[in-house]
Ligand binder design. Structure first.
Ligand code: SF4
Length: 168
């Protein structure tokens, strides 16, 4: 099974076409950021409990990692609860990846400081099945020669970096 970066995974759950375009690096903004941070921070940083951790082999940027007594806590910090649902699923994917690829069991925390929200996130077996289904679907869609057609309303595309690929 192929494991994709959390940003591609998250994009896929919002818009498959965006994920396809990102997979071809047709808008490389985020990837450039990953690459740059990756040069500065390596995997060893994970152990130092620094904020904004980059895990190079997972292509994942974690907002915060805290080592508890027996467990790691991985926090994702959001600006608002608007994207809470997709944020929770993305965090579950982080936890899944860390377990599968590193053998580390962690608990997730979604934090929205402005709204004073702090929510614990765990990955159930059902979540893992759902993640695997998404990964299989990603493999099918992202290997296609052409991107999926636009199938969402233009108002949801306003802030998308790929707007010009879809609407001009
Ligand atoms: S502009 Fe809209 S349809 Fe195109 S990739 Fe972005 S979100 Fe998807």
């Amino acid at each position: 099974m192929r494991y994709y970066s959390p940003s591609l995974f998250n994009a896929f759950n919002i818009c498959k076409r965006q994920s396809w375009l990102m997979s071809r690096q047709l808008s490389a903004d985020q990837y450039n950021e990953f690459l740059e941070i990756g040069r500065l921070i390596d995997e060893a940083t994970f152990k130092r409990q620094r904020k904004r951790i980059y895990l190079a082999d997972l292509e994942a940027i974690l907002d915060m990692v805290v080592k508890g007594k027996d467990l790691f806590y991985i926090a994702e910090i959001k600006k608002s609860s608007k994207t809470l649902k997709s944020g929770i699923f993305q965090l579950k994917y982080y936890l899944f990846l860390i377990k599968i690829k590193k053998g580390i069991k962690a608990i997730g925390l979604i934090k929205i400081p402005k709204e004073k929200i702090s929510k614990e996130v765990l990955v159930t077996e059902e979540d893992e099945d759902k993640i695997i289904d998404v990964l299989m679907e990603m493999e099918r869609v992202l290997s296609q020669e052409v991107p999926p057609k636009v199938d969402i309303e233009v108002k949801r595309c306003k802030n998308c970096a790929h707007f010009e690929f879809c609407w001009s």
